[in-house]
Write a protein that binds this ligand. Sequence first.
Ligand SMILES: [Zn+2]
Length: 242
Amino acid sequence: MIVGAALLVAAVGTATVGQAIAGDDDTRPAADRTPTVDGGYVVNTATLALASRDATKISRSATRPATVPVNKKDATTKAERRVLVRYNLLREAADNAEKFAKRLSSNQWVLPTTGFRFTAMFGVAGPYWASGYHTGIDFATAYGTPVVAVGNGTVVQTGWDGPYGNQIRVQLPNGDQVWYNHLSAIEVTPGTPVLKGQPLGRVGDTGNSYGYHLHLEYRLASDLSSAVDPVPYFRDHGLSIG
Ligand SMILES: [Zn+2]
């Protein structure tokens, strides 16, 4: 977000200059409009005056574009066209950076707990599990370690769930669910919206569990009755685990 904002400011600042140059309302003598190159950008005195005048245009609302589009045909000199090309490139870069920052901030997950080691990945066969194989990922860590939401969502269910012990189910925006199991404490209630990284509860050893760990499961909206391997979903959200 910071990168996007910085680029946006840079681009909008430049955009103001380009926009001012493109204006056809400059009645100054031609001598005052002679372009010079300053720090790689073409500027002139008229531009600076207009840039100052247009400074208020830097502020923006969510419903208005950051900048007013500038047509190349408005440029009357080679220097002006160069500024417009730079302006349009920077504007595009700023738009892309902002989109990327938004996507990253909404899409990137965080790890569900800290100080852990993986003790069982999804699909491992074993006699301990009712289904004959492991249906989630085990994050073994100290008793009481905070468990946080990996992504934004809404708490849909909390409480005791047999072999899962104390459990929290969080529904993601796409309808899929992440289940946090064997907790020693539950610190959220159903219906609560949660942000990624927000504490949900504490690592424990409740239910069919041996040793303090978080058993995390991923369940698809299309079939909440069975678990799927969480690893690809972590990867889709920027985290390579296991
Ligand atoms: Zn497990």
